[in-house]
Design a protein around this ligand. Structure first.
Ligand code: ADP
Ligand code: MG
Length: 624
């Protein structure tokens, strides 16, 4: 029979497994048991919803059978089984679990124990096996199939006999080496302890024939061995356990077992709620965003159980988009098993649960912000963007829920601060929450527009994320304090209006000439109220800021919208004398100066100039 090759990606992961030098080989058992449990879940769920099947929860089991003589370890389940196609597709390819993409990303990082950190699934069995046989018979199928592989070369599939529906996985355990005692995976005691460690919460019994001894009949001192089935796991799902019985490690372990993420979660939230709607929930805040988090592929959702039975793997309705990073599950006895996805969306119970969960997540995050700032900063680094998107999206309808959770970098504190913290530090005469938008903190520190605001001792929030300004525009104010951009035409200061007006009046023709020279590129040329040491800057009028113009320009369907720009001139700067002189004596020179100054202002904003060659020539001409 022809050997079929594994798909390319699988081959590489397999390679990693076979030549693995990881100390954590033992997790293979957890992976196989978790697959068996998933398969039983599917079968059990079917039996509950399909009246033609009469199955009892007690009928389901997973069996572990070590055979020292033949060096095999067999894991049997009476789950849903696999058809020939499923054997081929599910075991011939890497599951979509995302683990592989993660591996690629992290391959370069040294010492990252990827296998210990996330689920590698079925293939992990090759860490301890020379060959693997999978015999499976799918529900509703008379024919069973045998899948066999020795690893890298590929696999073979053929027809076989199997009495019961389900799957049997036979591992041919490797011979011991100097470094590795593979024998222990055939050892009863070791297997028991592995199952206790990794698979205790699996809700179906994991059975093994265990050697016991008893007094021989009629004897007072002679013992004899006998075998008895033992259930090795406690079967109580972790979310049904009492919080007091559980240690942080238990939650971490559960998180890994569930493949919610590949690193320890930042926080586990465990709650049992009794009321009109009763439910148990465990929610996790991951430490890092999954590799696909900010893409369309990412699917939010919590696992949904009805009385311990999984009814949906990703119930999106349980989480608002802005908390889409949350992982975990909800188990409620108040939900019907037979409910369809469409009906579920309108389910009143589910809506109540979703609302409670939203509140719970928010209050936990707020308390983290208050009591464990370092952790919150870490959280914010991973998911702050999502919160800011949340403020902006859905026309700002969720902004009230999220605004307290936002952080921005502060010009005075030199770290991320919350809006509450900003407000608590506002000066008496300060009316607005000031912000400046730019590419990086370093660039913002030098932005001319912020000079006067800083001079007054006001704090400025630095926006470096594309989404920041859009989100803030949606908020418009926080606790009655309006936001104000450092680049906006009017900064809301009491300036010496008289002095300003005088200068404006005096230089009216000059500014008009400059404006005409710039030929529509700026809406106006004005005396600056904000510059101290810099000669010029751009500010803007209207809703659309220069930074927003930049962001919109990068969008695929950009409408080429432009902010209304004002060229502000620092009349106290010595350069202004040269401008005045040119206006009086040499109009051509003033044209050149106007263009150079405008282009300088563009460069300071991080905008590109239309004609760099002309700009360079102009500068040279001025130096001459
Ligand atoms: P994952 O569990 O993350 O999907 P695995 O590599 O562990 O990835 O398993 C791949 C797939 O093989 C599973 O999704 C499942 O469809 C199938 N499978 C594995 N073990 C069993 C089993 N014991 N019974 C039925 N299907 C199984
Ligand atoms: Mg798996």
């Amino acid at each position: 029979m022809a050997t079929k090759e594994f798909k390319a990606e699988s081959k590489r992961l397999l390679d990693l497994m076979i030549h693995s030098i990881y100390t954590n080989k033992e997790i293979f058992l957890r992976e196989l048991i978790s697959n068996a449990s998933d398969a039983i879940d599917k079968n059990y769920y079917r039996s509950l919803t399909d009246t033609n099947i009469s199955f009892n929860k007690d009928d389901f089991y997973i069996r572990i059978t070590p055979d020292k003589e033949n060096r095999t370890l067999t894991i049997t389940d009476n789950g849903i089984g696999m058809t020939k196609e499923e054997l081929e597709n599910n075991l011939g390819t890497i599951a979509k679990s995302g683990s592989f993409a993660f591996k690629n990303e992290n391959e370069a990082k040294e010492g990252v124990d990827i296998i210990g950190q996330f689920g590698v699934g079925f293939y992990s069995a090759f860490m301890v096996s020379d060959s693997i046989i999978v015999k499976s018979r799918a529900v509703n199928s008379e024919q069973a199939y045998k899948w066999e592989s020795k690893g890298a070369e590929g696999y073979e599939i053929e027809n076989t006999e199997k009495e019961a529906v389900g799957t049997e996985i036979i591992l041919k355990i490797k011979e011991n080496t100097d470094d590795e005692k593979y024998d222990e995976y055939l050892d009863e005691y070791k297997l028991k302890s592995l199952i206790k460690k990794y698979s205790d919460f699996i809700k179906y019994p994991i059975k093994m024939l265990v050697k016991k001894s008893k007094l021989k009949e009629g004897s007072e001192k002679d013992y004899e061995d006998y075998f008895e089935d033992e259930i090795l796991n406690s079967m109580v799902p972790i979310w049904r356990k009492n919080k007091n019985e559980l240690k942080p490690e238990d939650y971490d372990q559960f998180y890994m077992d569930k493949h919610f993420g590949y690193e320890k979660p930042l926080k586990a939230i465990h709650a049992s709620v009794e009321g009109i709607t009763s439910y148990n929930t465990i929610l996790f805040i991951p430490a890092n965003a999954p590799y696909d988090f900010y893409t369309k592929e990412f699917q939010k959702g919590l696992e949904l159980y009805s009385n311990g039975v999984l009814i949906m793997e990703k119930c999106a309705d349980l989480l608002p988009d802005y908390f889409s990073f949350v992982q975990g599950l909800v188990d409620s006895a108040d939900l019907s098993l037979n409910i369809s996805r469409e009906l579920l969306q309108h389910d009143r119970q589910l809506k109540i649960i979703a609302k409670n969960i939203k509140g719970k997540i928010k209050s936990e995050l707020l308390s983290m912000l208050k009591n464990d700032r370092e952790k919150y900063d870490e959280f914010y680094k991973s998911f702050g963007r999502q919160l800011k998107y949340g403020v902006y999206s859905d026309f700002g309808s969720n902004k009230e829920d999220i605004q307290d959770l936002l952080l921005f970098y502060s010009s005075t504190e030199k770290k991320l601060v919350s809006l509450d913290e900003y407000i608590s530090r506002m000066k008496e005469e300060q009316k607005f929450i000031y912000y400046a938008t730019g590419e990086s903190i370093e660039k913002l520190e030098k932005l001319p527009q912020t000079e006067l605001i800083k001079d007054k001792g006001f704090e400025i929030l630095y926006f470096t994320d594309d989404i920041d300004e859009f989100a803030i525009k949606m908020l418009t104010k926080y606790k009655e304090k309006e936001f104000k951009s450092a680049s906006s035409g009017d900064l809301g200061f009491e300036v010496d209006e008289k002095e300003n007006q005088k200068e404006t009046e005096e230089n009216k023709d000059l500014f008009e000439f400059m404006k005409e020279t710039l030929n529509g590129k700026v809406k106006d040329v004005r005396v600056s109220k904000r510059l101290k040491n810099h000669p010029v800057c751009l500010s803007n009028e209207g809703e659309l800021s220069i930074e927003m113009e930049k962001v919109l320009k990068m969008m695929p369907d950009n409408q080429n919208v432009k902010a209304d720009k004002i060229l502000e001139i620092n009349t106290n700067h010595e350069m202004f004398a040269a401008i005045k002189q040119a206006f009086a004596e040499d109009k051509d020179k003033l044209k050149m100066l106007s263009n150079v100054l405008y282009n300088q202002a563009l460069l300071i904003e991080g905008l590109s100039i239309d004609d760099p060659v002309q700009f360079a020539n102009d500068v040279c001409n001025l130096i001459k």
